[in-house]
Design a binder for this molecule. Structure first.
Ligand code: FPP
Length: 267
């Protein structure tokens, strides 16, 4: 019986408190319902529900974000264990600046310190860390510096690419690609999908095969709008701080039960 529920079935919550900030072990038993020959190449996650997790416990919303760190690391380790090559996590959207100033300030510091705490561990595991999003004036310089350090340190790794979508918006990414097309002087009749795609933030990343959103919300919330055109979507009621690799495995098993047709017919 899967611990997480897909497509809206309530799931029990468990654990979730970050009782340790030590390295999260990568080893795990791979469930027999996952076909390791058909693991999605690219999984993208909307890490949602931290605030609700915290308020259910009478804690400030920021405590929910802190508890989300263990979920993030366990998900990375689960993805490594089954051979996911590309993992993209929605960490802060272009709309999240609308949150209360204290929470935004916390999230900036939290993301910076998370990178400082975890980048060596991720580097040792062969993870390349990258970022997708706007590097605008709102992102504090020290956060940008930490992002650059993490990308530079891990640039040569190829086992998995972990992209943190930070100050990221799907519409902003498309707007930025269009601006680049214009800067490059591409004439209108030469603008096609390939020309636009090649100007996205990371054109080398394959489109996500599977997108997982936690916390029972059935929305995309401006995540990877271009790239999600044919992704399989899995929604789970689990709140992000409770999410663990088993929930990822359940989502992958659900993905493997789907039939992808890309507008064609059943083959
Ligand atoms: C989209 O929902 C969700 C996100 C942009 C994820 C935000 C994640 C965090 C703030 C915490 C990150 C945690 C870690 C461990 C790095 P939304 O709330 O922006 O959109 P909605 O209003 O449509 O639900």
């Amino acid at each position: 019986m899967p611990r997480s529920a897909v497509a809206g079935i309530a799931a029990p919550s468990g654990g979730g408190t970050p009782d340790s900030f030590g390295p999260v072990p990568e080893h795990s038993v791979i469930p027999p319902d996952i076909d390791l020959n058909r693991v999605p190449r690219h999984v993208a996650c909307v890490m949602d529900g931290n605030g609700r997790w915290a308020s259910q416990r009478g804690l400030p919303r920021t405590a929910g974000h802190a508890a989300g760190e263990e979920a993030l690391l366990d998900t990375v380790n689960g993805a490594l264990a089954i051979g996911v090559r590309w993992l993209t996590m929605f960490a802060f959207s272009t709309e999240n600046w609308r949150r209360p100033a204290d929470e935004v300030r916390y999230l900036m510091g939290f993301n910076e310190s998370l990178l400082a705490r975890r980048r060596d561990e991720l580097h040792d595991k062969g993870v390349r860390i990258r970022f997708a999003g706007r590097r605008d004036w709102r992102v504090p310089r020290r956060v940008l510096r930490r992002m650059d350090e993490s990308s530079e340190l891990t640039a040569g790794n190829r086992r998995m690419t972990l992209t943190m979508a930070f100050n990221y918006g799907g519409r902003a990414e498309i707007v930025d690609a269009v601006r680049q097309l214009i800067r490059d002087g591409v004439p209108a009749d030469r603008v096609d999908e390939r020309a636009l795609r090649s100007r996205l933030y990371h054109p080398d990343v394959p489109d996500p095969d599977l997108v997982v959103r936690t916390s029972g919300e059935f929305r995309i919330s401006n995540f990877l709008l271009w790239e999600l055109a044919y992704s399989e979507l899995v929604f789970t009621d689990v709140l992000w701080p409770d999410f663990r690799r088993q929930d990822l495995f359940d989502a992958v098993a659900e993905y493997q039960r789907r039939e992808r047709r890309y507008g064609g017919v059943r083959g």
